[in-house]
Design a protein around this ligand. Structure first.
Ligand code: ARG
Length: 571
């Protein structure tokens, strides 16, 4: 149990003693000012309203009813009735010892009780380069998978590739008409994109092409050999290219890559079930739709008038398949907010089936605003990821050359810093809003950025390195109060790592973890600037301050690893 959870459980007992049947959820928060303790609750104010009593009196009663324990050093009542808890330094040191002992495993907890969560992310469409939103989905999704896994859920990561649909009719048509095997094999994705674009250009003037493409797709769906072969080839070449991209990003791993095509032979059954249960009703000209009471929601088409299936048909089939096969508690869909309405329709429809128990959750994210991205790295909504990563590495290298010209392995470090910056920049922003892409901020050595955290980590390591060789030189602490304060601040950050990790996992928001790491780094740098470590007042104190340094560096490393960002010991 985290310290926060222990406080909560102590409080629950005290509240129960004060008021027999309290049904209010007790929320435990971090006070914004450390002088108000480590944790605080407003439960007395909430109860005051219900019981029509002075909240400070209730707070006093609750405090009186707090059972004896070794965790809390002091309890205070403040303002209109906040109850503030101060954790004893002894307990904070116990937590620090855990970090030192468990090292990489310190991220692990049993919060998820091995319950299954499916995390679906990336999910690009075949025959097209990764879109910006696919890149965001890949990075956010992988992180959520890591975080949930760390806190004890059994995660299943899935890449739901878009390898089905009428666009393949277009591609097949275009390839047959304008394509060339050698060119396509050389640069598959770009060539396929060109063919796709050309199709649309020509079809604008000659709409008969649309019918021709539909026919190609129908032939393909009915098993026509040549078209099948072409499709298989397109898919194979696309996947190869995508895997290169995942490799470059590093740390991207899927348990399953199951394209929409995987559900081809499972859709009939679902359509039948839906029709039988009147969940799918007849729409225009023999199409089938799901209707909603909410008038702001347009119906969702699940079968076209010609009998063809749609994205939604495949998704509904996928949903049932996942629930039946893995019995997950949750299925996360890490997909951009352009599909908000679509997922609402999908889950609303699913609710009418008996096999669905609200497993689906759309982890929606905003658009990327690329204000200063050069034209060379963008093309509409398509991101030329290679150029972005290359540019990031180049910029990181330049900074390293300036800062530490004598460093070894500058290229490797530049890669770690560059790629880390791109990922961290995305993960440190609230996914519900637009995500801003800003080179300077992203690579800054100050502020909430990967290089700042990586630099802090390296700084801690330089102390630890020196401690091994440096001769002992003892100095009396000059600024005792300040030193005690800095040490206390940093110790108080330690238990919050797990607490914020769990919070971040439950909100499906990586930025909550990154915000914690940023705060920890800030507090550590302030400790570093005013607390002598290597020249501590005596040997015992020196060892303790080195332990503080070691545990902070361990937490930074663990936290960044969950975000897919590597660290280096020197930079
Ligand atoms: N391939 C889709 C796209 O690129 C995203 C798929 C999202 N996942 C899902 N189950 N619908 O827009």
């Amino acid at each position: 149990m985290t310290i926060k959870e222990q406080i909560k459980s102590i409080l629950e007992k005290a509240v129960k003693k004060t008021l027999k049947n309290n049904s209010d959820e007790i929320s435990v928060q971090y006070p914004s000012d450390l002088s108000h303790g480590d944790y605080a609750t407003n439960i007395a104010m909430k109860l005051g309203k219900i019981m029509q009593k002075n909240p400070r009196e209730i707070a006093e009663q609750i405090v009186k009813n707090i059972p004896k324990n070794t965790l809390i050093e002091k309890v205070g009542i403040a303002g209109p009735g906040f109850i503030n808890f101060f954790i004893s330094e002894k307990n904070l040191k116990i937590e620090m010892a855990k970090v030192l002992k468990e090292k990489a495993k310190y991220s692990k907890s049993n919060e998820g009780k091995k319950k299954t969560v499916i995390v679906e992310y990336s999910s690009p469409n075949i025959a097209k380069p990764l879109g910006v939103h696919h890149l965001l989905s890949t990075i956010i999704g992988q992180t959520l998978n890591n975080i949930l896994d760390a806190i004890g859920y059994k995660t299943i990561s899935i890449n739901h590739i878009g390898d089905w649909g009428t666009q393949f009719g277009k591609l097949i048509y275009a390839y047959k008409k304008w394509g060339n095997k050698t060119i396509l094999e050389k640069d598959p994705i770009n060539e396929m994109l060109k063919l796709y674009v050309k199709f649309h250009e020509v079809a604008e003037k000659d709409p008969s092409l649309e019918d021709a493409a539909r026919k190609e797709f129908k032939d393909f769906e009915e098993g026509e050999k040549e078209n099948r072969k072409l499709w298989e080839w397109f898919v194979k070449e696309s996947l190869k290219d995508m895997n290169k991209t995942y490799k470059k990003l590093s740390g991207i791993k899927f348990d399953y890559t199951l394209g929409e095509s995987f559900y081809e032979d499972k859709m009939d059954e679902l359509l039948e079930e839906g029709k039988k249960k009147k969940i799918f009703v007849e729409g225009d000209e023999g199409s089938y739709i799901a209707k909603f009471d909410d008038e702001n929601m347009s119906p969702m088409v699940v079968q076209k008038k010609d009998g063809a299936t749609l994205y939604s048909t495949r998704d509904m089939t996928t949903l049932k398949y996942r629930i039946t096969r893995w019995k997950p508690e949750k299925i996360l869909y890490v997909v951009d907010m352009a599909q908000n309405m679509y997922f609402k329709q999908l889950f609303e429809t699913a609710k009418r089936f008996s096999w669905y128990k609200d497993e689906g959750f759309h982890v929606s994210f905003g658009r990327m605003r690329m204000e200063d991205m050069q034209m060379s790295t963008r093309k509409g909504n398509i991101i030329l990821l290679d150029s972005v990563l290359e540019e990031a590495i180049k910029r990181a290298k330049k900074i390293i050359e300036e800062k530490s010209p004598n460093l070894k392995n500058k290229d490797k470090i530049a890669e770690i810093v560059g790629i880390g910056s791109v990922k961290y920049n995305i993960l440190s922003q609230n996914r519900s809003t637009d995500i801003v892409f800003d080179w300077d901020k992203m690579l800054s050595l100050e502020g909430n950025s990967a290089p700042y955290l990586q630099y802090t980590y390296a700084r801690a390591h330089s102390i630890l390195r020196k401690a091994k060789t440096a001769k002992v030189s003892v100095k009396t602490d000059e600024n005792k109060n300040e030193i005690a304060e800095k040490i206390s601040h940093i110790l108080r950050m330690i238990p919050k790592f797990k607490e914020q990790l769990i919070f971040s996992a439950h909100e499906y928001k990586p930025n909550l973890l990154s915000q914690y790491l940023y705060e920890l780094a800030q507090k550590f740098n302030s400790f570093y600037n005013s607390v002598p470590v290597l020249t501590a007042k005596n040997k015992k104190e020196k060892i303790f301050r080195l332990q503080v340094t070691q545990s902070v560096s361990q937490i930074l490393k663990n936290g960044l690893a969950l975000l897919g960002v590597e660290v280096v010991e020197e930079m």
